[in-house]
Ligand binder design. Structure first.
Ligand code: GDP
Length: 499
């Protein structure tokens, strides 16, 4: 598909049924309007309400973003350390997402932060982190505004009133959890109707200039109170929120009372939240997109059907042969590729850090799939702060998302992003938890499992670290029983997923 002239008539297809604004030039970011040319037409339409909210957020980002008078004013206020509820109607409030971990984690985190910003009418700014890309990989999602936090407010100690953003963690004094524990912030009556809150430790009990939200895996009870309605009212008064998260906490927002109604209206199909938000926010830069489209044209475009296989191994000690056997057994059991003595016009796309898997799958299936078995890269290991490495990872997530069928690896956010963008419910290969030691028991369980893969319950990413605490009830609950649209994930037994 070629667009030769600068003037392209954008159709509803290019704009993903109204999800995207037509306010960008075509050439500045080809992936934005070419997504539709490489992907199947989505069976999920964004609701008019979601579209209206997105346009409203774009206007907010433009009015309050870096470079505007409102931003300068907010930054000055932050520098002077003065807190206080935003009283001026023109005053802007901000959410800074501190990005960390691998690219899949970062994308899910940014998506969650973006939705939280929309719900709370804050400007989203992303601190892509000092040890990894992001800024150069994606096009700007909002017209006439940047979503990248300028250096003057990030990490540069000379200027930044926030200090080094990469150093915020669960121990930070300004975290919601620690403020609640130290009595700096007080919320009472959270379980009843008479909710009250105050900033006990600050001068004249005014809200602080900023609060840090620690929402990363392994976070504690008090940080998890973020998901309570009462605590959201407290946070609403704070001009700047900093947030460190590594995952997809959108299901948690659906469980937070003040957001439930809005989310209902935005997402009549709840299981398409990431599918819409991800396709709205992420547009690979022209350089990355060129790599995607070139690879696609040479290796995948001609096939009758594209089968994507994402192999991720978290435990170094897990034998590769075992991982391969699991995949082959999944493919055979669920007849995802042609059996022996049959050929089809399929192409297989393999992504993995190791070339061995692509080679083995080619040896097994190369003769049966006329479209061939292709593996774009084999990086060996995950790397940090390497832009070319990140670019290849992003290209592969998008290549996977162009497939017609996906087999992904459990626990992997890389696979979640691919499936979510594609709008496909993948076959998910079980994996032992990445955080545990590889034990004899795990080895045995992996080797003898009779379910090499399971079909995901929806196209949504899994939220790995939900809060089980029901703030109104004052006790833990079984999250998959409280709403019909919340299920446990097939790959992470304690995780939840929208369906
Ligand atoms: P997760 O760790 O599987 O949840 O996914 P992340 O994307 O957060 O982190 C894994 C990182 O390792 C990726 O961002 C890449 O940098 C790298 N990586 C893992 N698997 C692949 C792969 O199949 N292809 C490429 N190019 N990179 C990969």
């Amino acid at each position: 598909l070629f667009f030769r002239d600068a003037q392209v008539n954008l159709t509803a297809d290019h704009l993903l049924d109204g999800l995207l604004t037509a306010d960008f030039s075509y050439r500045s970011c080809r992936s934005r309007y070419e997504f539709t040319a490489y992907h199947q037409k989505s069976s999920h339409k964004p609701s008019p309400y979601l579209i209206a909210k997105l346009r409203k957020q774009e206007a907010l980002q433009k009015r309050c973003g870096p470079g505007t008078a409102a931003y300068k004013k907010a930054l000055r206020r932050l520098e002077s350390g003065s807190g206080g509820a935003a009283t001026d109607i023109d005053e802007c409030r901000y959410l800074v997402n501190i990005s960390f971990r691998g690219l899949g984690n970062r994308m899910l985190a940014v998506t969650s932060a973006f939705l939280y910003a929309v719900l709370t009418e804050r400007v989203l700014l992303v601190h892509w982190g000092n040890n990894g890309g992001g800024a150069g990989l994606f096009c700007e999602p909002f017209p006439s505004a940047t979503w990248t936090l300028p250096r003057t407010a990030a990490g540069n100690k000379r200027y930044s009133p926030l200090g080094n953003l990469d150093e915020y963690n669960e121990g930070s004094e300004k975290s919601l959890g620690n403020m609640l524990q130290s009595g700096g912030a007080v919320v009472s009556g959270a379980s009843g109707r008479n909710v009250s809150w105050s900033w006990a430790s600050s001068p004249r009990r005014r809200p602080p200039a900023y609060v840090y939200l620690h929402l990363a895996g392994g976070y504690g009870f008090h940080d998890k109170l973020f998901f309570c309605g009462a605590h959201q009212r407290l946070l609403g008064e704070v001009p700047w929120l900093l947030m460190r998260t590594d995952g997809y906490f959108v299901p948690g927002l659906f469980l937070t009372p003040p957001f439930a109604g809005e989310l209902d209206a935005m997402f009549p199909e709840k299981d398409a939240a990431f599918h819409h938000l991800g396709r709205y926010l992420f547009h690979p830069s022209n350089a990355v997109w060129r790599a995607v489209t070139r690879y696609h044209r040479s290796n995948l475009a001609g096939a009758g059907r594209r089968v994507g296989v994402q192999i991720r191994v978290f435990q170094e000690k897990q034998p590769p042969q075992q991982v391969l056997d699991q995949l082959l057994s999944c493919v055979r059991r669920d007849k995802l590729l042609p059996p022996e003595n049959e050929t089809t016009n399929d192409a297989v796309l393999v992504t993995s850090l190791s070339s061995w898997y692509g080679e083995r799958i080619r040896a097994e299936y190369g003769g049966r799939v006329a479209g061939g078995v292709h593996q774009p890269s084999h990086e060996g290991e995950q790397r940090w702060g390497d832009a070319a490495h990140d670019a290849r990872a992003l290209a592969e997530m998008y290549l996977l998302s162009t497939c017609d069928l996906l087999v992904t690896t459990g626990f992997s956010t890389f696979g979640y992003v691919a499936g979510g963008l594609a709008g496909l419910r993948p076959w998910v290969m079980a994996r032992p938890s990445p955080w545990e030691e590889w034990t004899e028991a795990q080895a045995k369980a992996a080797a003898t499992s009779e379910t090499p893969c399971r079909r995901a319950v929806s196209i949504e990413p899994c939220f790995h670290s939900p809060s089980y605490y029901d703030c109104a009830a004052g006790k833990d609950v079984e999250l998959d029983k409280v709403r019909p649209y919340i299920r446990r994930c097939v790959d992470v037994s304690w995780g939840i997923q929208l369906k």
